[in-house]
Design a protein. Structure first.
Length: 334
């Protein structure tokens, strides 16, 4: 009906023009142009002023690659896999299934940070496009295990509604290790190899799960390589990707305990985030000093990095909190 009204309006424009003086005619035509832009489904003006889903994919891989390599420290495996996964989905005209990635590792290793970089480059979060990036916090949104049946229905409706509004929707689930058992399986129908479900196409949607579960196994392997004088860069990603599904499937605190998402191979990538070494924490401190506008102080960088390298007790090779508390330590020390 709106488009019909606009069409009638434009038919009447030529008849109205002769009755207007030049200035009024210019203002009138300017208003017509703006009106047309606002009624056009995906115009640049409407997408700038109002909320508009990106019909054309806007992910700039050169920018994403630069951000990940410059800002994420010690996670060469994760960066490589994420870029490969995004490329396969984004550059496909009609992906056969949504992109589903599960990030695993200790707290502070960069899981949330990497997901935020993806979101920032897929949609500009300082614009109305942020409504197409959906972040679910288990402790906030799914805090009562007794309400699982209600959560399942709400989650299905939320995903169905948002993908209907924007096929290129991004869903991020954090604190998966605290998610009630069985809840995440409720979204299984949306993650499979299906053309459409009730007229809705899900292949362009992206799902990211953030999980501390599996972090101990990843650290165990990384530490074993270090003790055998092997580089962390030599850790085969296939070994970790093979072990992670088995590890979290058996882990009652993973959020994927006996999950059908794993049984039916609906998670495309299990992405390991390695524990951060002293040298990586130094990079985090250096970057935080820059962000907070402080000059680089090598003594302070060393002091904070040494204080945060606490695992295992003998070697003190890794930071058990990653870079999670670096910002507050820099603030207190400057």
């Amino acid at each position: 009906m709106k488009l019909l009204n606009v069409g009638v309006f434009f038919i009447l424009v030529p008849a109205l023009m002769p009755a207007l003086d030049p200035l009024s005619a210019s203002l009138f035509m300017g208003g017509v142009a703006i009106t047309w832009q606002l009624f056009s489904p995906h115009s640049w003006l409407k997408c700038s002023l109002l909320e508009c889903c990106n019909v054309k994919d806007t992910l700039n891989f050169s920018v994403v690659k630069m951000d990940l390599e410059r800002k994420v420290f010690g996670q060469h495996l994760a960066v490589q896999i994420v870029l490969r996964a995004l490329s396969a989905n984004i550059y496909s005209k009609r992906p056969k299934k949504p992109l589903v990635m599960s990030f695993h590792g200790w707290t502070g290793t960069g899981k949330s940070f990497v997901s935020s970089i993806i979101a920032e480059n897929l949609y500009r979060l300082n614009s109305p496009r942020r409504r197409f990036v959906h972040h679910f916090s288990t402790v906030l949104h799914f805090s009562h295990a007794s309400h699982v049946h209600l959560y399942k229905e709400q989650l299905q409706n939320w995903i169905r509604g948002n993908v209907s509004a924007c096929p290129r929707s991004l869903f991020i689930f954090s604190e998966m290790d605290q998610m009630p058992h069985g809840l995440i399986d409720s979204i299984m129908p949306f993650l499979g190899y299906r053309e459409e479900i009730d007229g809705v196409y899900y292949g362009k949607a992206i799902f990211i799960f953030l999980n501390n579960a599996g972090g101990d196994k990843i650290t165990e392997i990384a530490l074993d390589y270090w003790r055998r004088l092997k580089r962390r860069e030599d850790i085969p990603v296939k070994e970790l990707q093979h072990l992670l599904p088995e590890e979290i499937f058996r882990n009652t605190n993973s959020g994927f305990f006996q999950s059908q998402l794993i049984q039916k191979n609906l998670i495309d990538y299990f992405i390991p985030f390695l524990p951060l070494e002293y040298k990586h924490v130094r990079q985090c401190v250096r970057e935080e000093l820059r962000v907070q506008g402080h000059p680089e102080d090598e003594d302070l960088i060393t002091e904070i990095a040494l204080a945060m390298s606490d695992y295992p007790n003998e070697e003190r090779l890794y930071s058990s909190k990653g870079c999670k508390t670096v910002a507050s330590r820099v603030t207190l020390s400057t």
